[in-house]
Ligand binder design. Sequence first.
Ligand code: ADP
Ligand code: MG
Length: 394
Amino acid sequence: MAGRATDRMVNRLMKTYGGRAAPVVAMLLACVLALSSCASGAGTMGGGVGEAASGGAAGAAADTATDSAAPYEDVGFAMGTVVNQTIYMRGESVTPAAVAAEIIGILEGVESKWLSWRVGDSDIAAINRAAGTGVPARVADETAAYIDDALRIAEDSGGAFDPTIGKLSRLWDFDSGKNEIPDSAEIKRLTKDVGYAGIRLNGRSVLLEKASGIDLGAAGKGIGCDEIEAYLSGVEGVRGALVNVGGSSILAYGEKGTGEPWKVAVLDPRDAAGFLGAVSLDGTHHVSTSGDYERYFETGGKRYHHILDPKTGYPADSGLMSVTVVAKNGLGCDALSTACFVLGYEKSLPLLAKHGAEGIFVDTDRRVFLTDGIKDRFTLMADGYDLANGGGIQ
Ligand code: ADP
Ligand code: MG
């Protein structure tokens, strides 16, 4: 499908050209995206969710818009992935191109200043360097706040989402393409040090008691969406925006120029070219998806994917192929989708209820389970799936 194939192509481009020739990458990227969106016949790109194409038409957001309500479309690259933006303006106090560029800059800043374990002077890298030494790292207020929020979801999920999974996720290294199951003794050794209770957060000082590592990858795109929402709420000229970060985290902000609800697509976890369905949302919401199809390899007839069970150190095996969470907050939405994927449908219900979030669960028998609050907002579009617990506007 366009999104995942595109992501892979983009990754290759980035590996080939890296930071040396960013303009070349941007240009190639634009070509790749233009082609892939035509080829797929759908208006979405990037992997997990996107603007749903009502009636299957590409760029559906613009289909019914009058000229004055027509959105500005932008495709960029940040946080290691493709970022699609659809922006509806009001007035001319700022240009949409400037807004789109600012949004890309926000995502880049979130990654490089605070979250990346790869960037040497990011806060997370500093915390990880000091892990197990007993010396706390001093981080930005923002990083401390993110860790605090992440800890709450770790606690509420009983450690299904655990930000101290860093060394394990690097051991599995799904991004490398080497596609090997790591040594079981090594998995066991690193799993012993995983545990969010070992994070000591005191104001801006963060200490990792054990020699583990923080990985906020499961919440990073959601954090990016929170920062974008905060920015957009201060920009008078923006009426609404749909920002799709890599397909797996989406911010639907404000309202479309047409006044219709946002239609956010949920991808079919087993059909790279199709949508599972669409969620209809009024006003600002966050939508995040975690799936076993994003980064994985197969060996011995078994799928090994990038969402790990912190208790076993192995890919989570709760009978799900994907979980999409709809929430009012980006970090929470993203972290909850990962937690729910680990927990499975039943055990996720109290967690989602506690956070005022809704979920769409797809199990390996192709049954789709919806939480009560989303039943009349989700339309199942794909063949071969059943709505297991009722609901759905057909
Ligand atoms: P994506 O990054 O594809 O959007 P997720 O939001 O589910 O998907 O995040 C998955 C990433 O989070 C993994 O690549 C890994 O870095 C990290 N991770 C994997 N399992 C867990 C877990 N149980 N708790 C916290 N982080 C995790
Ligand atoms: Mg997540």
